[in-house]
Write a protein that binds this ligand. Structure first.
Ligand SMILES: C[S@@+](CC[C@H](N)C(=O)[O-])C[C@H]1O[C@@H](n2cnc3c(N)ncnc32)[C@H](O)[C@@H]1O
Length: 324
């Protein structure tokens, strides 16, 4: 297919998602998993159900249309950008920690970087997660052109309450373009912090706690595990972390496997491209940590019992859902 034809098709698909919602997407392996998730983490299940099926309300759609009009323009923009990349590079690049810390100089067009941004579908999922969990403070690692930041910040605005998004970017050219894009969209509740994550995170985290973190940059196994450890102490006890590209490379797959069963993770949902975790004590573990012996029998039936029985069904499970 010719490039212009591809561009046209992709724009049409984006338009369809905006107008009709994400609702045409169907879960594969979804129904039973969602029902089990519902018992273990009703809020997260509800949020994902909404995220994956709902339509935008008219006022939301108007905002999303503006973001998608911008994306449409960027998709056809072949202006070259001189970038420094502190990420992991291609899935098979096997860069050393030192190489990533030094950064690699690359030239990429605006259109290519648009392709590296979250698609209208996944950006819509992020939008819905922020709408559902209403974090007072949200953090993103990896701004790029500002498209996912625009979605998440708009969700914060719809939530009311003055919620902000802080987003981190290592490439000055991208941070600067993203700033222009957000201004053009009239989105004022985003702060772009320029620098390597390793350098900027400590100061940004100290301004927490964050109820929601989206990690969409530096897709390296060790780095991803390290960011998880680094951000966790600065999150609300039941905060949400979304990991992008858990299927990017073998290393990212291993990182996700470890994170999903980490003791600090209450619930883990694998959406194929994205991994979503809610922090906290996993229900089954909580039950084990609070044995019922010693409970005063006059208290009657422990209200936790029903919950526990249901929760045991999903304790330790990584909920896998596929969408198409
Ligand atoms: C996939 S893009 C982000 C896309 C964006 N979230 C979106 O969907 O619109 C990842 C971004 O993270 C930045 N990045 C990667 N590793 C980084 C690091 N270690 N420090 C700072 N920025 C980094 C890259 O420059 C790139 O712009």
């Amino acid at each position: 297919m010719m490039w212009s034809q591809q561009l046209k098709e992709r724009r049409k698909h984006a338009e369809h998602l905006v107008e009709k919602g994400l609702g045409r997407v169907r879960f594969v392996l979804g129904r039973g998993t969602l029902a089990r998730l519902e018992r273990v983490a009703p809020e997260l299940a509800g949020g994902l159900r909404e995220a994956l099926r709902s339509r935008y309300a008219p006022d939301e759609r108007a905002v999303v249309r503006r973001i998608e009009a911008l994306r449409g323009r960027l998709m056809g923009d072949v202006t070259p950008l001189a970038l420094v990349d502190f990420g992991a590079g291609k899935p098979d690049a096997a860069l050393s920690a030192e190489q990533m810390a030094t950064g690699t100089q690359r030239t990429r067009t605006v259109a290519e970087m648009t392709g590296a941004s979250k698609s209208p579908f996944w950006a819509g999922v992020l939008f819905r997660l922020v709408r559902t969990f209403r974090p007072a403070k949200a953090l993103e690692l990896g701004t790029c052109l500002g498209l996912s930041a625009a979605y998440q910040a708009s969700a914060q605005t719809f939530n009311g309450g003055g919620g902000q998004v802080v987003t981190l970017e290592g490439a000055p050219a991208l941070a600067s373009i993203a700033r222009t894009h957000l201004a053009e969209l009239g989105i004022a509740n985003v702060e772009i912090v320029l620098g390597r994550f390793a350098d900027t995170l400590p100061e940004v985290l100290a301004r927490g706690p964050y109820g929601y973190v989206f990690i969409d940059g530096h897709h390296d196994e060790a780095a991803t595990l390290a960011y998880f450890d680094q951000v966790r102490p600065f999150m609300t006890p039941d905060g949400i972390i979304v990991f992008d590209d858990i299927d990017y490379s073998a290393g990212m797959g291993r990182a996700w496997k470890a994170l999903a069963v980490h003791p600090a993770v209450a619930v883990a949902v694998d959406l194929g491209r994205l991994g979503v975790v809610r922090l906290g004590v996993r229900e089954g573990r909580e039950a084990a940590a609070h044995p019922r012996e010693g409970r005063d029998p006059r208290e009657g039936r422990d209200p936790r019992e029903g919950r526990e029985a249901a929760a045991h069904a999903g304790a330790g499970e990584v909920f896998r859902m596929r969408v198409r």
